[in-house]
Ligand binder design. Structure first.
Ligand SMILES: [Zn+2]
Length: 310
């Protein structure tokens, strides 16, 4: 007889699987998800003949049924894929890969689980247990958006004993510098935009956003990627140069793979947000908006570009 705990708001899917595994005294995430598939009569597990996605999809179906949610609702409430520019199909594959403890090749891929030490007592007070919050797992977020403190990073996602945050607190890595979050307002704006993009993915209206970004960058004297705009002198800075002026270098390196040695060089993934075609990594749009616009202007751009979704 399976015990089926329900996920709480914004509980990250991997942590939720960990909790089901834990309350059922099961040793493996895969075993518990397969037990759910059997429990809800979703068919026999097959190992080699069916496409991998077929199995991954059934795992998500089983988790959604265990949560009393539709598959869409479960995906949109407990994954971060809308902010990471993934489709539900890719999200399903990602989940199975995580359960096999394999890292993917896709960018951005958050390699470690993160949590906020100050959120834990509040979660315990409210729900009687701590959980992995999905906002803390968003790419580029190294601070708790509520407490403004540095998130603690863990070595593995699915070492089963690391699934319950309290038990895992002993194995934390050195956190990011908490003071940076107060010192660099762009980081706070970036966090807000990433969390907002869970509901309203920036890349859904990427052409409009790129137009706004490009116009503003030229107004500010920045060189769009390729540097072929006649009104902008050839020695003007790139967007990535502005990023190095407004953000800590360690963060740009860890979250965006940007090196200080690239200052003055244009052909970087971040700068592609200005060259059109939606070719930049999704979190680059959040950083570019945070760098180029004030909070009031940001709200305006997001409202104008959101009609496609509402
Ligand atoms: Zn917190």
């Amino acid at each position: 007889m399976l015990i089926l705990p329900k996920p709480v708001d914004n509980e990250f899917v991997l942590g939720f699987i960990g909790r089901i595994t834990h309350v059922n005294l099961e040793g493996s995430c895969f075993k518990i998800v397969r037990a759910l598939v059997a429990h809800f009569n979703l068919g026999m597990e097959v190992t080699s003949l069916r496409p991998h996605y077929y199995q991954a999809e059934r795992h998500i179906q089983a988790l959604a049924l265990a949560s009393d949610k539709s598959v869409d609702e479960f995906l949109f409430c407990h994954f971060n894929f809308p902010a990471e520019r993934r489709t539900p199909r890719v999200a399903a594959k990602w989940l199975d890969r995580q359960m096999c403890r394999k890292n993917g090749r896709e960018y951005p891929e958050r390699k470690r689980p993160y949590l906020c030490r100050e959120c834990i007592p509040q979660q315990v007070q409210e729900f009687d247990f701590p959980f992995w919050h999905r906002h803390h797992q968003l790419p580029g977020l190294y601070w708790c958006p509520v407490h403004k403190t540095a998130l603690l990073a863990f070595d593995h996602w699915l070492a089963e004993d690391a699934l319950i945050p309290v038990a895992a607190l002993a194995s934390v890595r050195t956190p990011a510098t908490a003071a940076d979050f107060d010192k660099y307002p762009v980081l706070q704006s970036f966090c807000e935009l990433m969390i907002g993009s869970l509901r309203r993915p920036l890349w859904m209206s990427v052409t409009r956003i790129e137009d706004c970004l490009r116009r503003r960058a030229i107004e500010l004297g920045l060189r769009p990627d390729g540097g072929d705009v006649a009104t902008v002198p050839n020695d003007s800075p790139f967007l990535s140069d502005l990023a190095f002026a407004e953000c800590p270098a360690w963060w740009l390196e860890e979250a965006f793979g940007l090196q200080r040695t690239t200052v003055g060089k244009g052909r970087l993934a971040l700068n592609r947000v200005l060259s059109g075609g939606g070719r930049a990594p999704p979190m680059s749009y959040a950083l570019a908006i945070a760098l180029l616009f004030s909070p009031r202007e940001r709200a305006d751009i997001l409202n104008k570009s959101s009609h496609l979704l509402e």
